[in-house]
Design a protein around this ligand. Structure first.
Ligand SMILES: Cc1ncc(COP(=O)(O)O)c(C=O)c1O
Length: 456
């Protein structure tokens, strides 16, 4: 069965080549199949182009910003060029800064660390923990948690009300571009307009948006954007925080160490006097991860060159087939904050009546060679909202040892992207139908917090 078979679909672009697309995995029931990676939202496979670029560079690998040799100079140039490529990919304004970090989590923690004194932060309870949690730890910032909106319009209205009543002083709104649980798109431009109307700044968590949609910092009029290389087909340990330079330059360096300093000298009193850089280097102490930065830049170029129009069209066709297939299975409940018809990227979570999600995901892997994710997706308050559970319901977090049918908050997430062939969506739907109809062919048990096939 082919899920994409209409004449209108004939023009869809081919999936982009990714590593691992021909990897075979064993099935617990015997034999092996080609692995279907449907967990892009956690970490996407590397683009072949990224891997090739990195492999071509590695013989020339050298230190960055700290070597006189030819390879050090070349590596330094490559690192700085990568920064320029990322700035271009994000449509940065002339005075924006691109800081290379380790990940989205790192980027948002960096921003939390540079907040001016007394900043009031506004964040929806629906955010990924990386966007929800850094702010309370930040000096004397106060955090307002906004309740889950049930429409994009409600999100804007509730931010408007919250900011309207807020006392004077620096303010920051943190919002996701696309939910890592439902895949639903958030009204970023409208939220940015609301923030700016009230003199607040806004940071966009683009961890799930950047791999699926063009992100233009100037057009969206957001102050910062954060994303992770490993979700953007560049799994070499680099993330990005891009945006306004002032708060970054005025704050203490994120990490203290070499590279962030202009001069360090002993004082007459026996202490140490440090002059920190006031450029982007201020927050990039330590030896930079040039391979990671180059890989991110290579992915940005590859996506640009492939063209988001074609990538989005293809992803939406796969998503339509996936949604239609799941909608036809009465036992499946797709999770949604904004409603059935809301716009989404290729990320979708669901539960299956009578099944524990961990069992279901384990069976998809062990019996069908399909890799999805189960659990609460580092968005526990959101999962409680979606499950209709009270926020103080301890639930069963992950619940690998809950019996089939036993109540738990966890769900199954299927996510895909530029490298996903149609066949993976077909196989996934067929496996879901068979599992629900026939049950699991194997028995499973909990081990180290995971649901795994039991030895037989
Ligand atoms: C929406 C969102 N924000 C932030 C993060 C954190 O990204 P990382 O784990 O790369 O730091 C994730 C990861 O899943 C995410 O989905």
């Amino acid at each position: 069965m082919t899920v994409i078979s209409t004449a209108a679909d004939a023009d869809l672009c081919a999936p982009l080549p990714v590593l691992g697309s021909d990897v075979r995995v064993p099935l617990v029931t015997g034999g092996e199949v080609t692995y279907a990676a449907l967990d892009y939202a956690a970490s996407a496979p590397a683009l072949q182009r990224v891997w090739d670029d990195v492999a071509a560079y590695v013989p020339y690998y050298g230190s960055v910003h700290r070597g006189a040799g030819y390879l050090s100079q070349l590596s330094t140039d490559l690192f700085e060029q990568s920064r320029a490529v990322v700035a271009d990919f994000l449509g940065c304004r002339a005075d924006d800064e691109v800081v290379f970090t380790r990940s989205t989590t790192d980027s948002l923690n960096l921003l939390a660390a540079v907040l001016p004194a007394g900043t009031q932060v506004f964040v929806f309870e629906t955010e990924h923990h990386a966007a929800l949690l850094p702010w309370e730890r930040a000096g004397d910032a106060s955090v307002t948690y906004l309740s889950a909106p049930r429409t994009p319009e409600q999100a804007v209205a509730s931010l408007d009300v919250a900011l309207h009543g807020a006392p004077k002083g620096p303010k920051l709104v943190c919002v996701t571009g696309a939910s890592n649980v439902t895949g639903e798109l958030w009204p970023v431009r409208e939220l940015a307009a609301a923030a700016h109307r009230h003199g607040a700044r806004i940071v966009l968590d683009a961890a799930q948006l950047a791999p699926h949609r063009p992100v233009d910092i100037a057009a969206l009029d957001v102050d910062w954007v954060a994303f992770s290389g490993h979700k953007l087909y560049a799994p070499f340990g680099t993330g990005v925080l891009a945006g306004r330079a002032d708060w970054l330059r005025e704050a203490e360096p994120y990490l203290a160490g070499g590279g962030a300093t202009r001069t360090v000298a002993r004082t007459a009193a026996g202490g140490i006097d440090v002059q920190w850089h006031t450029t982007v280097a201020r927050h990039e102490a330590g030896s930079p991860n040039v391979i990671g930065a180059y890989a991110v830049a290579s992915a940005c170029k590859a996506l640009r060159e492939a063209g988001f129009d074609g990538l989005v069209a293809r992803e939406q066709a796969l998503l339509s087939a996936l949604r239609a297939g799941l909608a036809a299975i009465p036992q499946v409940r797709v999770l949604s904050l904004f409603g059935e018809d809301s716009a989404r990227v290729g990320v979708l979570s669901f539960t299956v009546a009578g099944w524990n999600s961990s069992h279901f995901a384990a069976a998809l892997s062990a019996e069908y060679g399909i890799g999805v994710r189960d659990g609460l997706f580092c968005a526990h308050p959101l999962l409680r909202v979606l499950a209709g559970a009270a926020q103080d319901d301890p639930g069963e977090c992950g619940a690998p040892d809950a019996a089939p049918g036993e109540a738990s908050l966890n769900a199954i997430r299927v996510s895909f992207g530029a490298g996903t062939p149609e066949e993976h969506i077909d196989r996934f739907l067929s496996a879901v139908r068979t599992l629900i109809r026939d049950g699991a062919a194997w028995s499973y048990r909990a081990e180290n917090g995971r649901c795994v096939p039991a030895p037989q």
